[in-house]
Design a protein around this ligand. Structure first.
Ligand code: 5RP
Length: 227
């Protein structure tokens, strides 16, 4: 029986194999955030001469990349990333995701938007039929926190992640009690995006992953976005 860390290591290794053919000395790789991505960074470092640089989605990932001697450049210096590799808190079969358990959702969504493909790396415990078991993170400007929470109360139960401040100086509300399919997640993502004071919604349903690499006890499986 593989442990969860061994599953994460396996999928991280597979993700590096997946992106290796895309790399050359001009390639810039988008790097997500989280414990699965930490393993990915460690694997990617073994091939650090094969690509130009990385763009990072958090201070945590930047520090780890730099410790490995990987050049981390500003997103504004780049017009396109060959791929963006990141974990998720939940992913469904349309490859719509809930992200932001680590609080890095805003930068993750921005960096992912510049990538030719989003490669999601998860272990099988993250694959769900409906999104919502994992509370939906929403980053808000601190001054808008209470107002946004009141608006979100019609969707579920928003809980302030008290004491947590994002890399952008934002606060996080985690919405509990949601159960939505892909269409529901898209609609909710749009509604939440429209509330003044919201910086980012942790559903990645309007722009889902292109491919998901899923670590199972029987090996890493590939899920493609349905046509
Ligand atoms: C951070 C994220 C992560 O991708 C998500 O929380 C998964 O993390 P882990 O790989 O540690 O389970 O969205 O904001």
């Amino acid at each position: 029986m593989l442990t969860q860390d061994e599953l994460k290591q396996n999928v991280a290794r597979e993700a590096v194999q997946y992106i290796l053919p895309l790399l050359d000395n001009t390639a810039v790789v988008g790097v997500g955030t989280g414990s699965t991505v930490d393993f990915f960074i460690d694997e990617l470092a073994k091939h650090k001469t094969r690509f130009r640089a990385a763009v990072s989605s958090s201070n945590r990932s930047t520090e780890r990349l730099q410790r490995h001697g990987i050049d981390v450049i500003d997103l504004n210096e780049v017009t396109e990333l060959v791929a963006y590799v990141d974990g998720a808190d939940e992913i469904n079969h349309d490859l719509a995701m809930t992200k932001g358990g680590g609080g890095a959702l805003t930068r993750e969504k921005i960096v992912a938007a510049l990538a030719r493909q989003f490669v999601c790396i998860v272990d099988e415990s993250k694959v769900v039929q409906t999104l919502g078991r994992f509370p939906l993170p929403v980053e808000v400007l601190p001054m808008a926190r209470a107002m946004v929470a009141r608006r979100l109360a019609s969707e579920g139960t928003p809980v302030w992640r008290d004491g947590f401040v994002t890399d952008n100086g934002g606060h996080i509300l985690d919405i509990q009690g949601l159960q939505v399919d892909t269409e529901g997640a898209r609609r909710l993502e749009s509604r939440i995006n429209d509330i003044p004071g919201v910086v980012c919604c942790g559903f990645f349903a309007l722009a889902p992953a292109h491919v998901a690499l899923v670590a199972t006890q029987d090996g890493v499986k590939t899920l493609q976005r349905p046509a």
